[in-house]
Ligand binder design. Structure first.
Ligand code: CDP
Length: 794
């Protein structure tokens, strides 16, 4: 016997078909809304029509009269149970149901529980709420004005609308570097509000069993254990009497990390009624009230030498947080990982200052397919580099070549404190430029311009810090960020693996089994993966920020190694040799010097239950908690070519080339799927997703006619390339990848359009780069800002 063929058993590097798709593509997924419990009632939410208003009165009497209505909850009723407000994951508070004021259009005001969802909706319509309108604040500039009404007057000591201030870097050294610059390049940008828009909205079924005192909540959460801790805190229930079950999830993208009022109200309703209460959010509810991303303004300068060498960067970011600071950031970093900007470049010094402002909008800042504001960081970085190249008259590829870290620079400590450990940035850039035919395109572009055609090419590079923690620096609400895996090998050699992560479509059921297969030689088909049930899964921080592979995936490798260590003892016993004389090859142990004498992993598993040595504990299982020593640092280059129609401002994508280095790929097919998905979202953000508010705080783009999701029809084709720089500290050399293309992609599209307009003097059109904005810029050669309008009378 010899070692198994790893690809044949579905191990590392196999493009194994996604096992979860067997149920997903047949419509047999099991989502929250598929769960029907006996006696279950249904909850609907009444939302505020106004962005900012004092609540004068709420009359629920007509709702109570509707047959089938079982409960109407108001903020006052929640307050009687100390549940009108809840803590957020960013040390703020958020109204569960409004008591004093409403602070954004779509805010939760009442809930109605009834025999079916239609009766519950009728109940909501029968509630009469009298509001006294207050002036709405729709952008941070308005929020920071000295006479601005204080949105969060509920908070003791809050006298303005600032919700945080934060700074990182070396102010004095940055000033010195700017004083020595040949050129200072400046740029003001807005990264607009965007919405993750998962296909499945949020929802929950709270099932409080008065007999046992146990609360089970089936819900759409990316982080079940964090929710359990939060429910224990908010509902004051003991943690062991709370079970959170996250079944199949129809996309999360960060939207399903926060704790939403619907979950809390549903739990209280179930406790009060002694029945299961289901809440399934509708599309408008999801699109108007849950977890928005971005909404950040940047005022930035870059100090340069005339040869294009970056000497320093200075960035001031202002975030529009909405009415509650409710997104999850690691506690130390109020503006997420914005300071990962310029991590792939040799930038000696820099200063980032940031402030958050409350506005009359739904809570924002959620890490939409992104590691806590890394998307903004990479977008700003690549727009600034493009602007600097234009200011200096240096080619956009060349300026990157002159500043990207070379391979011999790792490990590299960035100006903002990160340790970037590995990469082959120049190789990736060259591969991308070669693939797109950069020089040839530049020549064609000049010729086309002479004929009045506007062609453009945009480059974006990115390196993203993926895989929070380590626990030294990363925690949420004080809970350290690490992750976990638990592996149980049955006596036939089949296995069950559970982790603290939670897949939302990324394919963990497929790839985790591949890691076990790689470590133990058990065919991947013989390993079932379970996630999302806090009663059975080991404690973990969940899935967001592409942390699954860097952290939980590493825990999977580590637990498999622990199991292999025990299997080695069993093999020694079976082979009647000492453990030191046992060698391992994929799938089997053998006697050193006598390779024909061996025991397969399956034989060892059988022995663990039927023939263990004296004194050995039976069974073959273990668990591992993994605290990564560092983040993982994938790198990517995205290059896009476009043609802009000068008559209409419409721009068409000609080609998209992506070069991704996410270290060792567990499943290349899944990685490619992740990159294509990310590029699709990047294209949508750059091109079409318009999510803003009018001067009264009315949400524009609260439906999918206005807020566009790209279909296969609009989405361009993608040409994918690969470079592999293994992560030096991850047990299998993998780096995260899920978000890379969504993070790095937008700037490539936007830079391409700006390159096409290079001769017009336009320096910046804010995203989304809509045709009318391009057309406007072409008319008057001026920049186009995306900031929401402000009432002229306010
Ligand atoms: O945390 P999340 O699952 O969203 O992101 P990820 O860890 O980057 O993984 C996304 C998917 O790609 C998972 O199925 C991973 O196992 C897979 N992947 C891979 O096959 N190889 C890598 N080097 C990274 C991720």
């Amino acid at each position: 016997m010899t070692a198994l063929d790893e690809t044949a058993i579905g191990g590392l590097g196999a493009s194994r078909r996604r096992v979860e798709d067997a149920r997903f593509v047949r419509g047999r997924g099991h989502y929250v809304d598929d769960i029907h419990l006996p006696g279950m009632l249904h909850m609907e939410i009444l939302r505020s029509p106004l962005a900012h208003a004092r609540i004068v009165s709420i009359d629920t009497s007509k709702a109570w009269e509707i047959p089938g209505v079982r409960l109407v909850l108001t903020g006052e009723m929640m307050a009687q149970r100390n549940l009108a407000w809840m803590p957020t994951l960013s040390y703020d508070t958020q109204a569960v149901l409004a008591t004093d004021k409403v602070r954004f259009q779509g805010q939760e005001v009442c809930v109605v529980v009834a025999d079916d969802p239609y009766i519950a909706k009728d109940g909501c319509e029968a509630i009469v709420v009298e509001y006294e309108a207050l002036p709405a604040i729709v952008n941070p500039e308005q929020a920071a004005a000295p006479d601005a009404p204080v949105i969060r007057d509920d908070k003791e000591g809050q006298t303005d609308n600032t919700c945080y201030r934060w700074a990182v870097g070396d102010a004095a050294a940055t000033e010195r570097a700017f004083a020595q610059a040949d050129v200072v390049s400046s740029l003001k940008l807005h990264y607009p509000r965007s919405h993750p828009s998962p296909i499945e909205c949020c929802g929950s079924i709270a099932d409080y069993d008065a007999g046992t005192g146990k609360l089970t909540v089936y819900m759409t959460t990316q982080a079940p254990h964090i929710i359990r801790a939060a429910v224990a805190l908010v509902a004051e229930l003991p943690e062991h009497m709370i079970r959170i079950v996250s079944p199949d999830i129809g996309g999360g993208f960060g939207n399903k990390v926060p704790i939403y009022p619907g979950y809390v109200a549903g739990i209280l309703a179930s406790i009060l009624l002694g029945k299961p209460v289901k809440w399934i959010e509708d599309k408008s509810g999801n699109l108007s009230s849950t977890g928005f991303g971005r909404d950040m303004y940047l005022d930035a300068q870059m100090a340069l030498r005339s040869d294009g060498k970056i000497l320093a960067v200075r960035m001031h970011a202002v975030t529009d947080q909405g009415a509650f600071f409710a997104d999850a950031q690691p506690s130390k970093f109020k503006v997420g990982l914005l300071h990962s900007a310029f991590a792939c470049y040799d930038v000696p010094v820099g200063l980032i200052t940031a402030e958050g402002q409350y506005t009359n909008k739904a809570p924002g800042g959620v890490a939409y397919r992104c590691s806590f504001r890394v998307t903004e960081a990479m977008f700003f970085q690549e727009r600034m580099v493009a602007a600097a190249a234009a200011d200096l008259g240096i080619d956009a590829a060349e300026i990157r070549r002159r500043n990207l870290l070379t391979d011999d620079r790792f490990p590299h400590r960035t100006a903002f404190g990160f340790l970037v450990d590995s990469g082959q940035y120049h190789k990736c850039l060259d591969l991308g430029l070669d693939a797109i035919g950069y020089e040839e395109f530049k020549r064609d572009q000049v010729a086309a311009r002479e004929r009045g055609r506007l062609l453009g090419i945009g480059i974006s590079t990115m390196t993203e810090p993926l895989g929070a923690g380590n626990s030294r620096e990363y925690d949420i609400l004080g809970i350290k960020m690490f992750d976990s895996a638990e592996l149980r090998v049955h006596m036939t050699g089949k296995a069950i693996l559970r982790t603290g992560a939670k897949t939302q479509g990324q394919g963990h059921e497929t790839t985790w089994a591949q890691i076990v297969s790689h470590e133990l030689g058990i065919p991947a088909d013989d390993v079932i993966v379970e996630e999302g049930d806090t009663d059975t899964a080991p404690f973990g921080m969940g899935t967001y920020a592409s942390r699954s592979t860097p952290v939980a995936g590493a825990a999977v490798a580590m637990v498999a190694r622990k199991v292999r260590a025990k299997a080695r003892k069993l093999a020694a016993h079976l082979l009647e040799v000492s453990e030191e004389d046992v060698e391992w090859e994929l799938g089997r142990f053998y006697v050193r010097g006598a390779p024909e004498r061996g025991a397969t992993i399956q034989e060892c598993a059988a022995a663990a239950y039927s023939n263990m040595p004296d004194g050995m504990e039976p069974g073959l299982e273990n668990n591992a908690y993994y605290d990564p020593p560092n983040l993982t640092w994938p790198f990517a280059v995205y290059i896009v070519t476009v043609e802009v129609d000068p008559e209409t401002g419409v721009w068409d994508v000609l080609r998209v080339v992506a070069v991704d280095d996410c270290g060792v790929r567990i499943n290349p097919m899944i990685v490619e799927g992740q990159i294509m998905g990310g590029l699709t979202e990047a294209y949508a953000m750059a091109n079409m997703q318009f999510q803003t508010y009018d001067a009264d705080g009315n949400q524009v783009g609260s439906n999918y006619m206005d807020y566009l999701l790209p279909t296969a029809w609009e989405t361009p084709g993608f040409e994918l390339h690969e470079v592999v720089t293994p992560c030096p500290h991850h047990p299998i050399g993998a780096k995260g990848v899920g978000e890379c293309a969504a993070v790095g992609g937008p700037a490539a599209f936007v830079n391409a359009v700006h390159d096409a307009l290079a001769s017009t003097g336009v320096r910046n059109i804010d995203m989304p780069v809509l045709p009318d904005r391009v057309w406007q810029a072409l008319q008057d050669g001026r920049d186009v800002s995306g900031a929401p309008p402000v009432r002229s009378d306010s």
